[in-house]
Design a protein around this ligand. Structure first.
Ligand SMILES: C[S@@+](CC[C@H](N)C(=O)[O-])C[C@H]1O[C@@H](n2cnc3c(N)ncnc32)[C@H](O)[C@@H]1O
Length: 216
């Protein structure tokens, strides 16, 4: 683990280039359908609702499972991932772009999900990301996301699917407070495993899963 503070290194580029390089291998290691991690949303959201998947990766398992009932848009800044998502979820609509700069119309989604993607964005930007998501949601819309249990300053690790990868997070209580500060009500906090096809690998992970709701 190395602090991500090397001058001249563009860590955002490191993330998308890293995912471009490992897209096939990463996509192949994911479960093909989601399970309990989407329960909170599936129980509350009507068929035909519009859902945005932030950092959709290869589209599996999340966008694919959502697309059985909903109209899914995915955004990911790795072109390699977006190509796989288009192949894996032909009924979805996928945009290649950075969630911190891409534009969607205000109030255009019934729900937004973000699985294992927020921790790849510098934590100083997380509140800004929550504000963007809040704006894109319709009143009463849901935000379902994995967050982190631990405070982790920006750092890189070299052994992620053969590439160097960047992580940055606040601990759960601080992230939850940021969601509230933006205007969300935190509806439910549970946990989920890693989403890997290999169940033993998945069971080693434990990510806080937060369901929040825009007021209105
Ligand atoms: C760990 S993968 C998770 C992918 C997918 N959600 C899943 O569960 O398999 C993280 C994804 O987030 C994307 N990502 C990271 N930072 C992003 C950003 N700022 N904007 C858009 N996508 C981003 C990466 O390119 C990568 O595909």
């Amino acid at each position: 683990m190395r602090p991500a503070n090397e001058p001249g290194v563009d860590y955002r580029e490191l993330v998308w280039r890293g995912y471009d390089a490992c897209a096939e291998e990463y996509g192949a290691s994911r479960k093909s359908q989601a399970g309990d991690e989407l329960r909170g949303l599936l129980e509350r959201l009507e068929d035909g609702a519009s859902v945005l998947d932030v950092g959709c990766g290869a589209g599996v398992p999340i966008a694919r499972t959502l697309s059985r009932r909903y109209r899914v848009t995915g955004v990911d800044m790795s072109e390699g991932m977006v190509s796989l998502a288009r192949r894996n979820v032909p009924e979805g609509e996928f945009v290649c772009g950075d969630v911190m700069s891409v534009e969607f119309e205000e109030g255009s989604f019934d729900a937004v999900v973000a699985f294992y993607s927020i921790f790849h964005i510098p934590r100083e930007e997380h509140q800004g990301l929550f504000e963007r998501i809040y704006r894109w949601l319709k009143p009463g819309g849901y935000f379902l996301c994995t967050l982190s249990r631990r405070d982790e300053e920006a750092h890189t690790e070299d052994d992620f699917f053969g590439v160097t990868m960047f992580w940055s997070s606040f601990e759960l209580s601080k992230s939850s407070q940021m969601l509230r500060d933006v205007g969300f009500e935190v509806v439910e906090v549970s946990s989920t495993a890693g989403g890997w096809a290999d169940e033993e690998e998945a069971a080693k992970e434990d990510h806080p899963l937060v369901l929040a709701r825009k007021k209105g």
